[in-house]
Ligand binder design. Sequence first.
Ligand SMILES: C[S@@+](CC[C@H](N)C(=O)[O-])C[C@H]1O[C@@H](n2cnc3c(N)ncnc32)[C@H](O)[C@@H]1O
Length: 255
Amino acid sequence: MTYLDLIIDLFKNTPRQGPGSTAESLQALALMDLPNEALTIADIGCGSGNATLTLAQNTQSKITAVDLFPEFLDQLKINADKVGLIDQIKTLEASMDQLPFEKNTFDVIWSEGAIYNIGFKKGTKQWRKFLKPKGYLAVSEITWTTNDRPKELNDFWNEAYPEIDTAANKIKVLEENGYRLVGYFYLKPESWIKNYYEPLALEFDAFLQKHDHSEDAKAIVKEQREEIELYKNYQDYYSYGFYVAQKIIKTPSSN
Ligand SMILES: C[S@@+](CC[C@H](N)C(=O)[O-])C[C@H]1O[C@@H](n2cnc3c(N)ncnc32)[C@H](O)[C@@H]1O
C-alpha cells in the first residue's frame, strides 16, 4: 500500500475527515437567503459526506458530491443509503481543480475543510463560474483567529499551508474575486476535538495493527498525534473559519 492509500484507509472510517459539526453546517446554511424550491448544490471535497447528508436532510436539493478518492465516495453512498437520502445525491470522482461543470450550474457550492487542496484563492476564483448569479459559496478554511501568534505555531502552519491567514485577509480575497461576504464564524473547539480528533485517535491502534506497525503507518499516526497536540496547545490562535459569500455580477463581460 502506498502512503496515500494508508492515509485514505485511516480516514475512510471516521465520521468526518476534518473539523466541523452538523450545527455549524446548519449555521452556515441559515446565512443564505435561498429560494424555496429544488436547489442544485455541489459539495466539493465531500469525503464520506458528513456535510452532504446534512445538506440533503435540510434542503430540497440535488447534491453533486465530489471527491478525488472513490473510497470516500463509496462510504458516502453507504451512509446516504442507510438514512434514505441516496436519491438526492450523485457522486462524482474528480479533482476540484478540473471540475466538469457547466457555467451557472449551482445555487450553492459547499466545501468544508477541503479547498486548501488547491488553495483558497485558486479555488474561490475557479469555482465562481459554476455558481448561478447570486449563488452562494460556503467554505471552511484554516484561519488565524488573532493577529499575533507563537513562532512554533506560525512556522508549522506556514510550512503546511502557506495560504493560512486571518479572516480579514480571506474576506478580502473573496471581495476581490466577485463575491460579497454574507457571514463568517469560526468552528468551536469541540468541532475539532470531539467531532474530529477523538474519533480519529480511536482508530490509531487498529490501524497500526492492521498494517503490521509498518514504518509508513507509524509515521502517519505520529504526524496526526503531533497535529492534535498542536491544536490542544494553541487552539486560541487558529480554527477553521466558515465563510459564506454570494456571487455578485462584476461586469457585463465577467462569468
Ligand atoms: C479534510 S477532508 C474534508 C472532508 C469533508 N468535507 C469533511 O469535512 O469531513 C478533505 C477532502 O478533500 C478531498 N480531496 C483532496 N484533494 C482533492 C482534490 N484535488 N479534488 C477533490 N477532492 C480532494 C479528500 O479526499 C478529502 O475527502
